[in-house]
Design a protein around this ligand. Sequence first.
Ligand SMILES: NC(=O)c1ccc[n+]([C@@H]2O[C@H](COP(=O)([O-])OP(=O)(O)OC[C@H]3O[C@@H](n4cnc5c(N)ncnc54)[C@H](OP(=O)(O)O)[C@@H]3O)[C@@H](O)[C@H]2O)c1
Length: 326
Amino acid sequence: MRWGIVGHGGIAPTFIEAARGVGHDLVAVAGRDASRASDFARDHAIGWSTDDLRDLAGRVEAAYVCTPHDGHRDASITLLEANVPVLCEKPLGVNAHQVEQMVEASRVSGTLLMEAMWTRHLPVMAACGDWIRQGRLGNVQMVEADFGFVAPYTPSGRLWSTNSAGGSLLDVGIYPLTMADLAYKSLPLSFEADAVMSPTGVDARISVTAKYPNGGSAILRSAIDLDLGQGARIVGTEGRIEIPDFWQAERATLFSAVGEKVDEVEHPHRINGFEYQITEMARCLDYGTIESPVIPHARSAALADLMDQIRSHVGVVYPADTEAVL
Ligand SMILES: NC(=O)c1ccc[n+]([C@@H]2O[C@H](COP(=O)([O-])OP(=O)(O)OC[C@H]3O[C@@H](n4cnc5c(N)ncnc54)[C@H](OP(=O)(O)O)[C@@H]3O)[C@@H](O)[C@H]2O)c1
């Protein structure tokens, strides 16, 4: 497949490595500034660059949008309207309203749109889903997942600024929420949330305790100012699963209710883990669908709505939220 990428920051080389690793081509880079985009293209042996992403139409078979969060919606809609299939970084939009607009653009143009929540595509997650479906955990009663790291405090940087929809929840808290979503296959019925706010008005840390329809609960934490680690546990009445580095999981272990190891899976990444979402895009295009069953539009929309509710609870407001109520 011939890919274009929109945005050329920290994560872009990971995507490029994975795409090339599975035999796809990188043929174009779009950025805000022509010379920066051109420098990136040269450094990564990509033959063409532009400062106008509309130029990608006709040149590429799909585009990977990896701008900061506040740029996802506009870039994706522009591409979808030009019939360019889009793999857009997480979170798909800054809020549920933006996600709705993006999904609408996908439906109207009949063009594939998928959120790049790569964790959902990992084979380890499929194996954990099998264990749950086979009843090996009994009734799932608790999910614990953390994703926290220490980011340098740069008030205007994308992680810390409200303008770029920064904060821990949208950047990394979306992974623990996804873990609970995979385990319970449901949104919570209710939740409590506490945040430590940054001076810039984003959540430096957030802790969510949620209750699910089957009576289970989840404790989900994220931080951009604290190294919480990145582990996950799914605990049921008959056993538990431990998933180290769950967001990029390469292995998981199943324990019995009395703590004996009863099974494990290991799936080392073939490239760096991004390859699974890339091949899923190709599969969806072959199949002619506008959404992937691995992460249907409705799941992206449901989690965006949940994150809106959590932000509203702790008082994180982005400029884009004002637009949503107009
Ligand atoms: N899946 C993962 O594991 C993972 C990991 C890290 C990040 N991410 C996601 O990837 C996205 C980007 O993160 P990052 O860490 O790569 O950010 P970054 O290092 O800040 O890079 C952002 C890039 O986007 C460009 N940009 C900014 N606004 C733009 C716009 N309106 N149109 C086009 N380009 C624009 C910037 O270019 P200029 O400023 O030079 O113009 C820069 O090249 C975020 O959504 C983040 O959540 C995912």
